[in-house]
Design a protein. Structure first.
Length: 387
């Protein structure tokens, strides 16, 4: 195995257990080093491969190579740490089995949906390890009947591909007893963001009861469905994507809720704010969960630059007696402190009183690297706004 020399910053990361490497962490870095496995002078095992963040990962310190037995070892450890999830699959049949660097091997995630798994390859190196990884999955998780892959790195010719077995989609998974329709064999998305499970649970278990709920950037309406199951008076889902209409309807129907009794709009969120104000519509609970980056025509949205405007616009259509904002982002490059600062600055501009009632981050199946802040990317503030 080749030896790779790290710079001072790279040796510091190695010492502190920070697994993600950048070009600056490798001495005399050049692209010809990519997609190879190395050992450092300090004895760590790592690989280099380009992805949307960094150029390599230091892997779990117990590994001496990346053969099939090493992946079996990693997956067995991941399975053991999620034993409670396997015991409650009648209520929740979809969760993360393996979470990249949090489980000792960055650049790879595996999600379980009933008896199917979705594998996401975030760089070429992990994809080149595909056959070993698939054999290890079948060894450690023998109940898995089918696997599908999403290729999230540059240069790949296929976005989504079947890997083994055959699923029958769309099908429904359970989460806290609620049904959601998923599809693993097309497009980027599965139909539900599993990392928001605890937020949906709070909506279902009392937060939305007898409330009017506005779900912005609603995608397949999962927050709306959880709210309706939790006794919401009415839900309103707003998303620009045309597919959101049929997907949201399907999720309501999967729970025996007539979608005609709910409001579903295919519309730009900022246009909806204008519409709601003209119609004098107000809400008790507003869920703000935009993508980290989005473009609509000439208009570009980023959380760092534009989230404050979303908060201010939302305050305008909260009930006059006040209400609750669920302010959420999955922007890994934005710290919890900075996100909170953006939210609070926007609320102060609106001259309202507010109180942060609760904070939610990644659920326990989304294990994170201890000393890598951006590994714990999800940030959700539950904010009570008082008029």
């Amino acid at each position: 195995m080749k030896e790779l020399k790290l710079s001072n910053s790279g040796r510091r990361k190695e010492r502190l257990g920070i697994p993600l490497l950048t070009k600056e962490d490798v001495l005399h870095y050049k692209d010809t080093l990519l997609d190879e496995l190395y050992r450092t002078e300090g004895g760590s095992l790592l690989y280099l491969s380009k992805q949307n963040k960094g150029i390599g990962w230091i892997v779990d310190g117990t590994l001496t190579d990346l053969e099939i037995d090493s992946y079996i070892h990693l997956f067995k450890m991941a399975k053991a740490s999620r034993s409670s999830f396997f015991e409650t699959m009648a209520e929740t049949s979809a969760f993360r089995l393996f979470n990249g660097e949090g489980d000792g091997f960055g650049g790879l995630t595996i999600d379980l949906y009933n008896q199917n798994v979705l594998i996401q390859w975030y760089n070429k190196f992990t994809y080149l390890q595909k056959e070993k990884i698939l054999k290890a999955i079948r060894e450690v998780f023998p109940f898995v009947q089918a696997a599908y892959g999403k290729n999230r790195f540059e240069g790949t010719e296929t976005l989504s591909e079947p890997l083994f077995g055959e699923g029958h989609f769309p099908e429904c998974i359970k989460e806290n007893g609620v049904s959601y329709e998923i599809n693993l064999d097309e497009g980027w998305m599965s139909g539900i963001f599993l990392d928001q499970r605890m937020v949906r649970q709070k909506l279902m278990q009392g937060l939305a009861r007898k409330k009017s709920v506005l779900n912005l950037f609603s995608y397949t309406g999962a927050f709306s469905v959880a709210s309706a199951v939790g006794g919401a008076e009415i839900t309103t889902s707003v998303d620009l994507a045309k597919r959101s209409l049929s997907l949201t309807r399907a999720n309501f129907m999967a729970n025996d809720i007539a979608f005609e009794t709910q409001n579903i709009y295919v519309m730009d969120v900022f246009r909806y704010f204008d519409y709601a104000k003209k119609q004098k519509l107000t809400y008790d609970v507003i869920v703000l969960d935009p993508p980290s980056f989005a473009r609509n025509g000439k208009k570009t949205f980023t959380v760092a630059k534009n989230y404050g405007e979303l908060v201010q616009q939302s305050v305008d259509i909260l009930n006059q007696e006040g209400g609750t904002l669920l302010a959420s982002t999955n922007a890994a490059n934005l710290s919890k402190e900075k996100f909170q600062e953006i939210i609070e600055a926007a609320l102060l501009k609106k001259q309202v009183q507010f109180k942060i009632k609760h904070f939610e981050s990644l659920p326990t199946d989304f294990k994170t690297a201890r000393n890598m802040k951006e590994s714990n990317y999800l940030k959700v503030f539950f904010i009570e706004v008082i008029r």
